[in-house]
Design a protein around this ligand. Structure first.
Ligand code: BGC
Length: 814
């Protein structure tokens, strides 16, 4: 395979894109931007190496019997007659029935008899690899039982560059290392049970606003002729000109060190599919971007599977084929044509080589063999509509129960706990407040779209399609109608039941004889003077398609303050779909405890009650930084402006400096730092030891080696290990997440490069060891187009959070 990315092109990309864009005046033609994303052609053929060899051979044998029409047909979607998010064409003549693709990463959405797992951000806050693996296995098994071939998840991008990002809750963390490791486990788990993971959204898809083009032409026709009126790409634009989707302008170094990093882990895990994103990347649509797809993903990372568009993200014909795209969803639109018939014409008129279409088909069919779907795969169990009678497939398995509950528990992060307020001993009276304490008033079928509300259960009054269609109405900062267990949009789940906090507290009160008062309605409720504690449940809502308006809301803040003014022991619990600020009241002397409860899925109440009462000690840590105020975050949501009004630009000038790397660089003090979380015991750290692995090759450039899934093999060689001892110095058993940070000379102050979650009995100790690979210690050199290991000393730290690092040492290379 040949890569045509020259070093010169890469460094131009790194340095030149912002300069070029500064000179235009009322730009009306896309040609202004040509060349900003380096061309990388041809599209590499599927390598079919190592782990994929058998599947590849079988696929080649099957695809070689297909006509060009049949090959084209399986690369595009068709209107599903079932509840799949998309279905591909089939080749019945050869017994190939096509694929069902369905959302999403927290559970199978919009259906019956499935579980609602904790969201990505919740799994991220657990920092628990094994639990994340289990979650994926159980979730994946449900997709399989419903006959879904391709699970549209996990989300590892957007990574959370913009604090207000509407979909940040779907991903694990805004740190690429943590996000990558948990993404890796998730893909392994899903695929182990025979379902293909389509990891998304590739790449630099960091905000929701302007994610799609706004097609001009008044009636919604415009360039995308076959879109249903009112659907996206956004139609209804009253102007006669098109506003293209936002362009994420990312330099080559930032791309490698931040946005591509988790995708490299995903490919390394064997991901069978990648979903390309809606927005433009360096002014070329992500799904046509040859640098991203041919160069980085299929070339540098040796990706074996197929690239599928995000839904309706196809905006070109030949350019998308040559740019490395393999499948268009939910259909071929005007570009690839119904049933892919335009692909056939492209071959016939000499625009495209048939080998490219063959490769697309081979990549798609290979994943089917690779996951063993040729062998007894269940038929599709998702009806198109749930509001009419249908035969239900029961996909839940009782063995998933402990995973759901433990997953829900471990994503809770306790960040304040004054005077051992928690855990409760035996409270005589509890007062419970807030709209988020109760179950939403309905969890029932409702038109439109199959009958489900797509994560808007607790935002019941909001006509949810309004958020997804032009003009993209914001559903507001909270879900006011009940406890929040998931966010909105295609990542929203369909719970079989909801364990609401108040229900679980009442159940506990029944056992303990506790008096419970509650008020889920008032903003300034009455408080009984004998309350041992007042629990205030609030939330922070977010949904696909729009970014959040703020990181706090006045209504919920007033509720907390009103209760705290009357109750000396006020405990706040926030179900937050993303970062939520707390400085409005965190120093109130009566706010004694705070839990970021994220999005726990169906076992929300049950899990938080087990933590409040100390049945288990909290063990989550923040997978992001909580600032003191919004202005502390360096990246804002971008909008069309000035000469770029028709081609909105978003220059990622901050490089890799997002979240804690930015706070560290500017020496700003957050409210709660990345990696922080309390529990009911204390830990001490000792015995730091660093070791260069015997015989490790520490040359600057990686030794020549094969490219297998994830990149060059030698990048994964372990070069050093760091170990430490953790002692539980308190009086209860608890889990600790030990974290390793490294300073790579010339890079951020510190970067997460290891984490281990260990349970330690009171008074006992545990040893943890972190392995550092060549890639972990390297920086991306734009000049060399390679990961380079520097000779010299690297500072390393081990501790309990990104700012609580009692152990410091050095790793010396060379
Ligand atoms: C979302 C994807 C999703 C797809 C199919 C799109 O709007 O961005 O994440 O998988 O729809 O439902």
């Amino acid at each position: 395979m040949v890569l045509f990315t020259s070093k010169l092109a890469a460094s131009c990309l790194s340095l030149g894109i912002f300069a070029g864009a500064a000179q235009g005046q009322n730009i009306t033609n896309d040609s202004y931007f040509y060349g900003q994303s380096p061309p990388v052609y041809p599209s590499p053929q599927m390598p079919g190496s190592l782990k994929w060899q058998v599947a590849h051979e079988k696929a080649v044998a099957l695809v070689s019997q297909m006509t060009i029409e049949e090959k084209a047909n399986i690369t595009v979607g068709f209107a599903p007659s079932n509840g799949c998010s998309g279905v591909t064409g089939s080749v019945p003549r050869l017994g190939w029935e096509g694929l069902c693709l369905a959302d999403a990463g927290q559970g199978l959405r919009a259906t019956d008899y499935v579980n609602a797992y904790p969201a990505g951000i919740h799994a991220g806050a657990s920092w628990n690899r094994d639990l994340t693996l289990q979650r994926a296995r159980h979730m994946g098994a449900e997709f399989r039982r419903k006959g879904v071939n391709v699970l549209l998840g996990p989300v590892i991008g957007g990574i959370g560059r913009v604090a207000l990002g509407g979909r940040n809750w779907e991903a694990f963390s805004n740190d690429p290392y943590l996000c990558g490791k948990l993404g890796y486990e998730t893909i392994k788990g899903i695929q182990e049970v025979g379902v293909t993971a389509s990891v998304k959204h590739y790449i630099a898809n960091e905000q929701e606003d302007h994610r799609n083009p706004l097609i001009g032409g008044g009636d919604g026709g415009g360039a995308v002729g076959n879109e249903p009126t009112g659907w996206y790409p956004a139609v209804g634009n009253p102007n006669n000109y098109t506003v293209e989707a936002l362009s994420s302008n990312v330099d080559d170094k930032t791309m490698h060190e931040l946005y591509l990093w988790p995708f490299a882990e995903a490919v390394r895990a064997g991901a069978g599919s990648v979903m390309c994103s809606y927005q433009r990347l360096n002014n070329s649509y992500a799904c046509h971007n040859s640098k991203a797809q041919n160069g980085l993903l299929k070339g540098e990372l040796g990706f074996e599977g197929f690239i599928v568009t995000d839904w309706r993200a196809l905006h070109a014909g030949v350019a998308a084929v040559e740019g490395g795209l393999d499948m268009a969803m939910p259909n071929g639109s005007t570009y690839w044509g119904a049933g892919g018939n335009n692909l056939v014409r492209m071959v016939q008129n000499g625009s495209v080589e048939e080998t490219r279409i063959t490769d697309m088909a081979t990549r798609i069919v290979s994943t089917w063999y690779q996951m063993g779907q040729d062998n007894d795969f269940p038929s599709i169990g998702l009806p198109a509509s749930y509001v009419t009678p249908h035969k239900s497939v029961r996909a839940r398995d009782p063995v998933s129960q402990p995973i759901l509950l433990q997953g829900a528990r471990e994503g809770h992060v306790l960040v304040k706990n004054v005077n051992k307020t928690l855990p409760f001993k035996t409270p005589s009276m509890l007062s419970v407040f807030g709209y988020d304490s109760v179950a939403p008033p309905e969890s029932n079928l409702a038109a439109p779209l199959g009958g489900y509300r797509l994560g808007f259960l607790s935002n019941y009054g909001f006509p949810w399609l309004a958020a997804i269609r032009y003009p993209f109405t914001n559903p507001g900062p909270i879900a006011p109608n009940g406890t929040l267990i998931t966010g909105g949009g295609s990542g929203g789940v369909a719970p079989p039941y909801i364990s609401a906090p108040l229900d679980a507290l009442q159940e506990r009160a029944y056992k303990d004889g506790t008096q419970i008062f509650y008020d889920a309605v008032a903003n300034n409720p009455a408080v009984h003077a004998e309350s041992d504690a007042c629990l205030v449940f609030i939330n922070a809502y977010a949904t696909e398609s729009v970014d959040r308006e703020a990181l706090y809301d006045d209504y919920s803040d007033a509720l907390v303050i009103n209760v705290a003014n009357k109750c000396a022991n006020t405990i706040v619990i926030i179900h937050n779909a993303g970062i939520r600020l707390v400085d409005q009241w965190i120093d109130h002397p009566n706010v004694t405890a705070l839990i970021f409860a994220h999005l726990p899925g169906q076992d929300s109440g049950r899990s938080v009650v087990s933590l409040l009462y100390g049945d288990e000690s909290p063990s989550g840590k923040l997978p992001y930084t909580v600032a003191r105020n919004e202005s502390q975050y360096n990246v804002q949501v971008a909008h069309p402006e000035g000469e770029f009004f028709r081609f909105p630009q978003d220059n990622f000038t901050e490089g890799v400096y997002i979240d804690y790397k930015d706070f560290d660089q500017k020496n700003a003090t957050p409210r709660y730092e990345f990696g922080f979380g309390l529990t009911y015991t204390t830990f001490s750290y000792s015995n730091l030891a660093t070791l260069i692995k015997q015989g490790a090759n520490t040359s600057s450039t990686a030794p020549a080696s094969r490219i297998s899934e994830g990149g060059q093999d030698s990048l994964w060689e372990v070069i050093a290990t760091v170990s430490a001892t953790i002692t539980n110095t308190g009086d209860v058993t608890a889990k600790e997440v030990a974290q390793l940070y490294v300073h790579i000379p010339g890079g951020p102050v510190k970067q997460l490069r290891g984490f281990e979650k260990v349970e330690i009995v009171a008074g006992e100790s545990a040893d943890v060891t972190f392995s550092l690979t060549r890639k972990d210690l390297s920086e991306w050199s734009v000049q060399e187009q390679a990961w380079m290991l520097q000779q010299g000393s690297y500072n390393v730290w081990v501790g309990a959070s990104s700012r609580d690092l009692p152990l410091a040492g050095e790793v010396t290379i060379g």
